[in-house]
Design a protein around this ligand. Sequence first.
Ligand code: TYD
Length: 210
Amino acid sequence: MSGLFITLEGGDGAGKTTQSRLLASWLEARGLEAVQTREPGGTRLGAEIRSLLLHGGDDIGDVDPRAEALLYAADRAQHIAKVVRPALERGAVVVQDRYIDSSLAYQGAGRVLDGADVRRISEWATGGLWPALTVLLDVDPETGAERRAERGGTDDRLEAEAREFHEAVREGFRALAREDRDRFIVLDASLPVEELHARIVAAASSYLPQ
Ligand code: TYD
């Protein structure tokens, strides 16, 4: 595969979407094809799964953590097969909000499923595709919640989880970054948008043809 796969990770309200948009525009300005996408919900099937996972409401009742993990993995299988691999094969740069690390942090550290199991089902779902670079926008859960409140709207099923859940997720992400320093860069999500963008560009540049 000739393209480049970059993911952005972090808690809710970390600013991933803003940064992935800015990075995709920067890549396009350099004449590269950038595919900006996300999980869950990067395909039509995925959009259905996303709406079940996040807005299923009371109708779906309590979602078992394993069922939740499998739904994220199903979304991921479809997305990688139909969107990400074809784009990488064309030589595009894929800039993606959330990937396997989100499952490891939310379903693993947050829901306390076994991390090795969560990793295995996502690796099976994706044929073991990992990004070259992962940007972790590290945010403390309180700031994340304030930013979401500023954005308006109501919290989805995961956002509405207790503070301890979001603390565990944050720690989960930080631990993943410590274990894989070659793939991750960790940035303080409270930095100004432009500053974060500059740092992300600097990190991505080293993976691009000069
Ligand atoms: P996201 O699209 O980032 O939320 P929003 O755009 O509404 O800010 O992610 C949706 C939620 O799904 C988020 O709370 C994190 C959660 N999630 C998991 O629990 N596991 C996963 O594997 C993924 C990809 C997301």
